[in-house]
Design a protein around this ligand. Structure first.
Ligand SMILES: NC(=O)c1ccc[n+]([C@@H]2O[C@H](COP(=O)([O-])OP(=O)(O)OC[C@H]3O[C@@H](n4cnc5c(N)ncnc54)[C@H](OP(=O)(O)O)[C@@H]3O)[C@@H](O)[C@H]2O)c1
Length: 283
């Protein structure tokens, strides 16, 4: 991009491959407008073979940082000068920024997950300490990291047991792996249940799970946000359980990046939520 075509002010980005689906520009451009900041947030498709050169050229291009999505979340850990504690534990980064000239790779998904529950189910972590996480992929690793931070013991059940076992092995004594068949027993003891699989997402099979063993007062969260209301959440609400969808996690994970790049801590407001909800519904 020629320097003549650059927007004035700090430049941030989201990179991925593909990247067309990303809703991050909607969020960050909204905050740039709200705060009257003359900066930019650019959506850039970067193929895997071009990632090293893109990251190597960030300073010269005048970027202050940005977001990273699939398939680059692991490789950027090796390209950055430093890795924050969450990205190190989760094994993936979603946010890049400069600290005193060093490129830092961080992960804000656990922060986003916790903030969404704090916001939408206040006191959710006060009553118990037992969580069940469905799935053992990237989102699961962030959710488990967040739950451990809040003092939960975590049971992970995954279609591929080996991946759950690997996650449990990394957190010996705090995380245990189970097979899907053991869910009815696990749910009886769970204060919090989180779906981090793709099941229930538009275009995927629904998550077929009998919630009848769940404790009264249990919280059910789904990181899926397309659709906004998944069958799992509807099922939880119909049983009188608290239910929190994945959109809040998406919105809240964006806060730390924006603050680092543009120097203002933005808020997740009803206005922002309505904007992104409309975009998800319009898909
Ligand atoms: N709200 C947010 O901010 C946020 C953030 C990140 C991700 N997400 C959402 O989280 C979901 C997972 O993303 P991810 O990055 O963790 O993906 P991922 O790393 O590819 O993991 C996918 C998970 O889904 C499981 N799975 C896939 N197909 C399945 C099936 N047919 N039956 C049972 N389990 C199945 C996988 O199990 P196996 O190990 O057996 O393959 C794995 O546990 C997506 O819907 C994504 O949009 C939301």
């Amino acid at each position: 991009m020629s320097s003549l075509s650059r927007a004035p002010g700090p430049r941030a980005f989201v990179i991925g491959h593909p990247i067309a689906h990303s809703r991050s520009p909607l969020i960050h451009r909204h905050w740039l407008d709200v705060h009257g900041i003359a900066g930019s947030y650019e959506k850039i498709a970067v193929a895997p073979d071009d990632l090293d050169a893109f990251i190597g050229g960030l300073r010269e291009a005048g970027f202050v940082g940005g977001n990273v999505t699939v398939p680059h979340k692991g490789r950027v850990l090796e390209l950055a000068d430093a890795v924050d504690e969450a990205a190190d534990a989760i094994g993936a980064a979603n946010t890049l920024w400069f600290d005193d000239g060093d490129l830092v790779a961080g992960n804000t998904d656990a922060i986003g997950f916790l903030a969404s529950l704090d916001d939408e189910a206040p006191g959710w972590d006060g009553g118990g300490a037992s969580a069940v996480v469905l799935g053992a992929g990237g989102a699961a690793r962030a959710v488990v990291h967040g739950l451990l931070e809040r003092g939960f013991e975590v049971a992970v059940a995954n279609r591929t047991f080996l991946r759950a076992a690997e996650l449990a092995e990394e957190h010996e004594g705090e995380v245990w792996a189970y097979s899907w068949d053991e869910l009815p027993t696990l749910l009886r003891a769970a204060d919090v249940l989180v779906n981090t699989t793709v099941l229930g997402m538009a275009g995927q099979a629904p998550l077929a799970l009998d919630l009848s063993p769940c404790k009264r007062g249990a919280l059910v969260a789904d990181v899926v946000y397309t659709p906004l209301d998944t069958p799992l959440l509807a099922g939880a609400r119909s049983r009188g359980l608290r239910a929190v969808g994945g959109l809040g996690m998406l919105l809240h994970q964006a806060v730390p990046g924006f603050e680092r790049w543009f120097g203002v801590r933005p808020e997740v407001t009803p206005e922002l939520r309505a904007l992104v909800e409309a975009d998800v519904r319009g898909r």
